[in-house]
Design a protein around this ligand. Structure first.
Ligand code: HDD
Length: 697
């Protein structure tokens, strides 16, 4: 048979004509399509039938194997953080910590360690949208020379609960409700608010969750946090407490709420696409790694417990020292093999780093290993390429499903004396360089006994929620209050919203009043507190708007063109945007061959209906006079401009496009500019514009 023929028409029985469909393939031996047993497949289009019209034969091992494998393609999705995207890269040390930790990756400045980083939403399923209001996972696997270290963090530095025993309750409450199976990827529903309003310890995290931190513009523009207090251990065995921070090179950027909703309609894969495309075009996402280092004496002096994952230590109290940078420079080759199968585990730790007694962390140390067995189906999941250490690993663990290694010899136990008999006795313990646990007792746990209790200071649930509120700009406070109103407005269970507002009164009376007014309920009395909140000094590091970088780096700028658009401005704009490190994205009524003012033909990157302005950081309306006239009758164009304005973005425009801006209700302000000044304006959002556009709580 001719391997290159695409279609053979063969005369079948009964005089019918049948298409025998085959695809050509490369001619190299490696290119041959085979079964999983290596048998070359001659026909991948037609099953084996008894006669031309069937039935299909059970004998068809090619068909059976293919469908058998397909039937089992899905593995259980992660119970939380099911939707995620990941990339390869490296961590590079910029400041040695050799006096503080023996961890290999923190010794020699300039040395690089490979990493694999997965970002995720928490509540939604694997196929849910990228931009709900949700916490984002930020999980980093460092493949160090001394084994894998997983820093499994979030983009928020605190958590909803203090003790891992509450995690199943929290997750049940936030995920879709048990009887009805909705809502998907949303916390705005009865069971979530019922639970958290009964859990005052969640209040601090709720403040973060209702802020724009849960609406990141991109994975590349969010911070990451290890959350728990960990320990560094040096060569003398001295331990130092450490908290880990990832700081994005592009600065913090978030979406506004209405924009994130509209993005859900326009592009479910907004964040996934952003990070993949950025790496593809060489704009590698980058973060600095910072550490907060402190000792037991400092921990003891704080009015909160460093083992409590609902508390931060403000950067103003313990500064963040930058020690390295992380660059993501390679997309995965295969989503399933790498992103789906990667198994993070906070218990994956290396010599020189150790856990603290944080009860949330302690519970996590069990949960992640356990869940991988469910997800990946075998205790040998560590042998998958994405999970395997890049340094040698060997021990006497044996067998199990899907064993990929072929250990040699008789030594599958130790101690053994096989070495003395000329055989390979296998690996041995490393008392000096091996992992040892710090024997420190984290200060307060000398009280002894086996107790189901929490340390007394854990009972202060409001001081840091208040600190967060006080540290925000007016615009950010309005967003937080409005988010509480929106979420609680979706709650139908009697008593839940007042109970939540009663908790908020302990944070700040003004916040509670704004939320109560927004809901139209009476202001309830403050709920009882287990420990009186205290006033802590505000921290600018907690605000997004105080930490925005006015840069165009990494941004995407939409340019709306039409027939006769000014060719000179068009090419100048594209050049300026590119030079500033952003990506110009051309939107047109058609995609191909749009004639510009000088007769040249331009191609658009997308058609108007497929590229609404919520997908861009700023827009330029490059319409000719006649084009403006046509666009005045086009709802998508009016919305394009109106939404850009409503989402507080810079709008650049030709004078000829003014009628479209007028029709879209655009009022001139510092963000509405001509060609001059557009590049400077496009690097910002215009939060001052907001109060005139929408009612915020
Ligand atoms: Fe968790 C996944 C982060 C508390 C149990 N968690 C998971 C992922 C991230 C976090 C980023 C996704 C990892 C990936 O991309 O594969 N989790 C956190 C943070 C927490 C936290 C920052 C608090 C500080 N988690 C937490 C607790 C428990 C779990 C208290 C259980 C007692 N988490 C899990 C899990 C998951 C998980 C069920 C689901 C999939 C997986 O582990 O691999 O075991």
């Amino acid at each position: 048979m001719d391997d290159t023929a695409k279609f053979d028409t063969i005369a079948g029985q009964g005089g019918e004509t049948h298409q025998h469909v085959r695809h050509s393939g490369p001619h190299t031996p490696e290119g041959h399509l085979t079964t999983n047993q290596g048998i070359r497949v001659s026909d991948n289009q037609n099953s084996l039938k008894s006669g031309v019209r069937g039935p299909t034969l059970l004998e068809d091992f090619v068909l059976r194997e293919k469908i058998f494998h397909f039937d089992h393609e899905r593995i259980p999705e992660r119970i939380v953080h099911a939707r995620g995207s990941a990339a390869h890269g490296y961590f590079e040390l910029t400041r040695s910590l050799s006096d503080i930790t023996t961890a290999d990756l923190f010794q020699r400045v300039g040395e690089r360690v490979p990493v694999f980083v997965r970002f995720s939403t928490v509540a939604g399923g694997a196929g849910s949208v990228d931009t709900p209001r949700d916490v984002r996972g930020f999980a980093v696997k460092f493949y160090t020379q001394e084994g894998n270290w997983d820093l499994v963090g979030n983009n928020i530095p605190v958590f909803f609960i203090q003790d891992a025993i509450k995690f199943p309750d929290l997750v049940h409450a936030v995920k879709m409700e048990a009887d009805r199976g909705y809502p998907q990827a949303a916390s705005a529903h009865d069971t979530f608010w019922d639970f958290v309003s009964l859990m005052p310890e969640s209040t601090h995290m709720l403040m973060w969750a209702m802020s724009d931190r849960t609406l990141p513009r991109a994975f590349r523009t969010m911070e990451g946090f290890g959350i728990h207090t960990f320990r560094f251990v040096n060569a003398e065995g001295k331990s130092t407490f450490v908290k880990f921070h990832w700081k994005p090179k592009l600065g913090l950027q978030s979406l506004v709420w209405d924009e994130s909703l509209k993005i859900q309609a326009a592009d479910n894969d907004f964040h996934r696409r952003d990070v993949f495309e950025a790496i593809d075009r060489g704009a590698f996402p980058e973060w600095e790694l910072g550490v907060q280092l402190f000792d037991q004496a400092l921990a003891d002096s704080l009015p909160y417990d460093v083992l409590d994952a609902t508390k931060i230590i403000p950067e103003e109290v313990v500064p963040v020292t930058i020690v390295g940078r992380m660059v993501l420079d390679r997309n995965p080759d295969n989503f399933f093999a790498e992103v789906e199968q990667v198994a993070y585990c906070p218990a994956n730790i290396i010599p020189g780093i150790d856990f603290s007694n944080d009860p949330l962390l302690q519970g996590r140390l069990f949960s992640y290993l356990d869940t991988q067995l469910k997800r990946l189906g075998s205790t040998n999941f560590h042998q998958l390429p994405i999970n395997a250490p890049k340094c040698p690993f060997q021990n006497f663990q044996r067998d199990g499903q899907m064993q990929m290694q072929v250990p040699r010899g008789r030594a599958n136990y130790e101690p053994n004396s096989l070495g003395a008999h000329g055989e390979d006795g296998g690996p041995r313990e490393c008392p000096v360089t091996g992992f040892t646990t710090v024997s420190a007792r984290d200060g307060a746990d000398e009280q002894g006994g086996k107790l189901r209790v929490r340390p007394e200071m854990f009972a202060d649930h409001y001081s840091q929620a208040r600190l967060f509120w006080k540290s925000q700009t007016d615009s950010e406070r309005a967003h937080i209050a409005s988010a509480f109103v929106f979420e609680l407005s979706k709650v139908t269970l009697q008593g839940v919203a007042p109970r939540m507002v009663a908790n908020l009164r302990n944070v700040d009376d003004e916040l509670a009043t704004r939320v109560a007014d927004g809901l139209g309920i009476d202001l309830p009395a403050a709920s009882q507190v287990a420990r009186e909140p205290i006033d802590l000094a505000p921290s600018d590091a907690l605000s997004i708007q105080k930490n925005l970088k006015p840069t165009l780096q990494g941004r995407k700028i939409g340019i709306l063109i039409c027939k006769d658009s000014d060719a000179t401005v068009f090419s100048q704009l594209k050049a300026d945007i590119t030079a500033a490190g952003a990506t110009p994205f051309v939107v047109g009524g058609q995609i191909h061959g749009i004639p510009l003012s000088d007769g040249s033909l331009a191609d658009a990157d997308a058609q108007l209906l497929g590229a609404p302005s919520q997908l861009f950081d700023a827009v330029f309306v490059l319409l000719s006079e006649a084009g403006t006239g046509r666009h005045l009758k086009e709802a998508a164009s009016i919305e394009w401009v109106m939404n850009a304005f409503g989402h507080l973005k810079a709008i650049g425009h030709m004078p000829e496009a003014q009628p479209l801006l007028d029709k879209a209700g655009v009022v001139r302000d510092a963000g509405v500019v001509g060609v001059d000044g557009f590049i400077a304006a496009a690097a910002q959002r215009f939060f001052d514009r907001e109060p005139s556009l929408r009612t915020l709580a």
